[in-house]
Design a protein around this ligand. Structure first.
Ligand SMILES: C[S@@+](CC[C@H](N)C(=O)[O-])C[C@H]1O[C@@H](n2cnc3c(N)ncnc32)[C@H](O)[C@@H]1O
Length: 223
């Protein structure tokens, strides 16, 4: 039940949505109908509503852990007014998709290896490590072979976090919640490899953020 349908603002999202779109334009296939994208941690709903009109042949499914954001996600969806953008569903990415129970019944039983893309913006560093572990575990179950997991945010690389503003940001995250913090791509690659997913490309985007393209390379039976 969604009570308040009202767009919430997200200044960071307004700044990063165009640079992320440029990366999506390189990787999302517009040529074939019937492709499916699942967004994990949609926040206020700004990104899915901004991207969906650019990719009419891809069905966008937003999701959130915090269901109080559903009203805002719906408000952005109504404003976008495109048929390929679905209503939000509840997903706790730290839980295995075998246990998910949501309105559209997206879980392992109904949707194993059925998604072409999974998109996750600014969650990995602002959530406990169980969310990153769950992101790769669930992506390996829900993506088709060759499907892409696209993540965005600040990352350390090979143990080094730069510039100083990101080091300070990491310290402020950890002081707010010791379970949060900027993750290292090497540590994330350990999680991905264990789930048959490989880091394919890394793009440096404004404000010292990166967009990482991960590809599911193994069949589920081989994982
Ligand atoms: C910084 S916000 C980013 C939201 C949005 N993607 C954006 O870029 O504006 C982090 C998001 O992670 C979500 N989150 C936290 N724990 C989660 C979990 N267990 N499963 C899925 N999402 C989670 C929060 O609800 C929040 O929307």
């Amino acid at each position: 039940m969604i009570s308040h349908i009202r767009k919430l603002s997200n200044p960071a999202g307004e700044r990063n949505k165009r640079p992320i779109l440029e990366v999506l334009n390189k990787y999302l296939d517009k040529s074939q109908p019937g492709k499916k994208l699942l967004e994990i941690s949609s926040g206020v709903g700004l990104h899915a509503a901004f991207f969906a009109p650019h990719f009419p042949s891809i069905r966008f499914q937003p999701s959130e852990y915090d269901t109080s954001l559903f009203g805002s996600i719906e408000a952005y969806r109504h404003e976008a007014n495109v048929p390929n953008l679905q209503s939000p569903i509840a997903i706790d990415i730290s839980r295995p998709c075998t246990e998910w129970n949501n309105d559209h019944q997206i879980n392992f039983a109904t949707s194993a290896e059925s998604f072409d893309y999974i998109l996750n913006i600014n969650m990995i560093h602002i959530s406990p490590i169980e969310c990153s572990q769950g992101l790769f575990w669930n992506a390996s179950r829900l993506l088709k072979k060759g499907g892409l997991l696209i993540t965005y945010g600040p990352y350390a690389v090979n143990g080094t976090l730069t510039p100083e503003s990101n080091v300070q940001f990491d310290a402020s995250l950890r002081s707010r919640n010791p379970a949060w913090g900027v993750r290292d791509t090497t540590a994330l690659e350990k999680l991905s490899t264990a789930n048959g997913i490989a880091l394919k490309q890394s793009f440096d985007l404004p404000s010292n953020n990166k967009c990482l393209i991960w590809e599911k390379i193994n069949e589920l039976k081989d994982i």
